[in-house]
Design a protein around this ligand. Structure first.
Ligand SMILES: *[C@@H]1O[C@H](CO)[C@@H](O)[C@H](O)[C@H]1NC(C)=O
Ligand SMILES: *[C@@H]1O[C@H](CO)[C@@H](O)[C@H](O)[C@H]1NC(C)=O
Ligand SMILES: *[C@@H]1O[C@H](CO)[C@@H](O)[C@H](O)[C@H]1NC(C)=O
Ligand SMILES: *[C@@H]1O[C@H](CO)[C@@H](O)[C@H](O)[C@H]1NC(C)=O
Ligand SMILES: *[C@@H]1O[C@H](CO)[C@@H](O)[C@H](O)[C@H]1NC(C)=O
Ligand SMILES: *[C@@H]1O[C@H](CO)[C@@H](O)[C@H](O)[C@H]1NC(C)=O
Ligand SMILES: *[C@@H]1O[C@H](CO)[C@@H](O)[C@H](O)[C@H]1NC(C)=O
Ligand SMILES: *[C@@H]1O[C@H](CO)[C@@H](O)[C@H](O)[C@H]1NC(C)=O
Ligand SMILES: *[C@@H]1O[C@H](CO)[C@@H](O)[C@H](O)[C@H]1NC(C)=O
Ligand SMILES: *[C@@H]1O[C@H](CO)[C@@H](O)[C@H](O)[C@H]1NC(C)=O
Ligand SMILES: *[C@@H]1O[C@H](CO)[C@@H](O)[C@H](O)[C@H]1NC(C)=O
Ligand SMILES: *[C@@H]1O[C@H](CO)[C@@H](O)[C@H](O)[C@H]1NC(C)=O
Length: 420
């Protein structure tokens, strides 16, 4: 009786135009799996999700049979989510897109650097401004309790159970995940753990030249506002409060020299490339000041060196809507500037950002990287190519989205909700 009702719903809802893009047999199986795990709030939310072209496209991709990770908030998670996260359908669509990660994560590293990052489907330019219009990432770590904890969340968000359907890993999570926000919104939240209040003050005192392409005008901007909204894709090494206190005399000595202060700021910045901690293994970068930023990893942690200063990364991967921060324990006292190296690094970053690559595994993960040998000796660097894992997520194309039926999955879900 029940399956007959379901088949009838599918039959009514099955115009041939979208049949190639969406596999209803698959989606039915997926929804049935969610239902058996009691994820009824998620199933209801999916029906809102499916009322947008973006959501339909993502459901089409999900049904392709390729591997995905789905963070599935429990009913309790939805019940406790802030109202502004779930009330508005556009916001809900963005939030759900942030719960779906493309790729096979069965090989993710559990050894240091112990943060796993995956590219989600969230690429709404209102809430994500990474280079090359890349979609936002989500970061997680397996803690001593054996559970996956999603990082950068206001509430500790723990995967309480895992199930699967086909190649989709379903991680049942006890909070709705909130996508990364701006520097201004994030730093107060992270304040307790990252202690970046001195940094904010410092960044407010540095003024750098800025060309605003929206207003087509040149002027200057504080370093804080540059990171907050002026850059689309960046990596910033953020000295914590104790680092700034310890360097107070050096900073005071530079205070009257604008060029030196600007250079010091630029040497903490990689422009136009959002580099996550696993990508800092076995690779060096050039700062926006054109100076080398070199990286090493050993049993005590991951380090960055600029000029004569080496700092420990005390908290990697503080995700922002437009980039990433890695918190460090020393100010990188380097006032050098190499304009040729800076422009050539920016040119290659811009060209890399424009290339579209599909990410099908953890960001920065390389099967050939010898992470275990990297941590054994002091100062040793792990080697291995991770460039293949970096790049723009190839999201659903416009043609595919147009081809999907707006009502089909909605009817299907209506049927499922009725059936169960
Ligand atoms: C649809 O998904 C099912 C598994 O749920 C699979 O057996 C079937 O081959 C898929 N059909 C197509 C056309 O890919
Ligand atoms: C789902 O909920 C029912 C009762 O509401 C309970 O009996 C069952 O154990 C739950 N299943 C899971 C997987 O939590
Ligand atoms: C899972 O994905 C692999 C490759 O990514 C593919 O070969 C396999 O057929 C998929 N399995 C299912 C059940 O779709
Ligand atoms: C939702 O409200 C919280 C405060 O309760 C605020 O911090 C957050 O920025 C809001 N989010 C959106 C998307 O409006
Ligand atoms: C990674 O491992 C280090 C050392 O064991 C630990 O201090 C840190 O908390 C771990 N990171 C996360 C995100 O769990
Ligand atoms: C975890 O999921 C399995 C299979 O869906 C279920 O049997 C079990 O009761 C669940 N455990 C918890 C703690 O919800
Ligand atoms: C950061 O934390 C300190 C100490 O807990 C507190 O005094 C300060 O107001 C916080 N700053 C922000 C911006 O939340
Ligand atoms: C650039 O100009 C636009 C339009 O005047 C303004 O809204 C925006 O805030 C400016 N961007 C920055 C980073 O100042
Ligand atoms: C910072 O200042 C101290 C003296 O206050 C000086 O000894 C030290 O060399 C300075 N560090 C750098 C990197 O310039
Ligand atoms: C200011 O700093 C720049 C860059 O370090 C340096 O070249 C210049 O000589 C300094 N100017 C003064 C007046 O100290
Ligand atoms: C950062 O990169 C953008 C291009 O994405 C460029 O317009 C801007 O001038 C660069 N800023 C710095 C400080 O290098
Ligand atoms: C990074 O720079 C350091 C210091 O110059 C060097 O020892 C190391 O080989 C470099 N790593 C790579 C991958 O180029």
């Amino acid at each position: 009786m029940k399956s007959a009702f379901l088949s009838a719903a599918l039959l009514v809802a099955a115009p041939s135009a979208w049949a190639q893009s969406q596999n209803l047999t698959f989606l039915t199986g997926l929804l049935t799996t969610l239902q058996s795990a009691n994820l009824t709030s998620l199933i209801s939310a999916t029906s809102t999700f499916n009322s947008s072209g973006v959501g339909q496209g993502i459901l089409g991709d999900l049904s392709s049979g390729s591997p995905f990770v789905l963070f599935a908030p429990s009913n309790e998670a939805f019940a406790s989510a802030p109202s502004n996260v779930t009330s508005d359908s556009g916001r809900l669509t963005d939030v759900l897109a942030y719960h779906i990660v493309s790729g096979n994560f069965s090989n993710s590293a559990t050894t240091y650097p112990n943060v796993t990052l995956g590219r989600t489907f969230l690429n709404d330019s209102e809430v994500v401004q990474l280079e090359g219009n890349k979609a936002q990432v989500v970061a997680w770590a397996i803690r001593a309790d054996g559970h996956i904890h999603v990082l950068n969340q206001r509430n500790d968000s723990t995967v309480v159970n895992t199930t699967s359907f086909g190649n989709i890993t379903i991680n049942i999570v006890d909070h709705v995940l909130i996508p990364p926000e701006s520097l201004q919104q994030t730093v107060p939240t992270e304040n307790a753990t990252t202690s970046l209040t001195q940094l904010n003050t410092f960044l407010g005192t540095v003024n750098v030249p800025f060309f605003n392409s929206t207003s087509n005008s040149s002027g200057s901007i504080s370093a804080f506002n540059l990171l907050n909204s002026g850059l689309h894709g960046f990596t910033f090494f953020a000295p914590n409060d104790s680092a700034i206190f310890a360097s107070q005399s050096n900073l005071t000595a530079l205070a009257s020299n604008t060029t030196a202060l600007n250079n010091l700021f630029y040497n903490h910045l990689i422009n136009d490339t959002t580099v996550y901690s696993p990508q800092l293994v076995g690779q060096n970068f050039t700062s926006a000041g054109g100076e080398p930023l070199t990286f090493s990893i050993n049993a005590t942690g991951q380090y960055v060196t600029s000029g004569n200063t080496t700092a420990l990364i005390t908290q990697p991967d503080v995700l922002l809507s437009n980039g990433v921060l890695h918190v460090i324990d020393r100010v990188l006292i380097n006032t050098g500037f190499n304009s040729g190296a800076a422009s050539s690094a920016l040119a290659s970053a811009t060209s890399a950002a424009a290339q579209s690559t599909t990410e099908s595994q953890p960001i920065g993960f390389s099967a050939t990287a010898s992470l275990s040998s990297g941590v054994s000796g002091s100062g040793a660097s792990a080697s291995g190519s991770n460039s293949a894992a970096v790049g723009r997520f190839a999201g659903p194309g416009k043609a595919q989205m147009v081809a999907l039926g707006a009502t089909a999955v909605g009817v299907l879900m209506g049927a499922l909700i009725t059936v169960f």
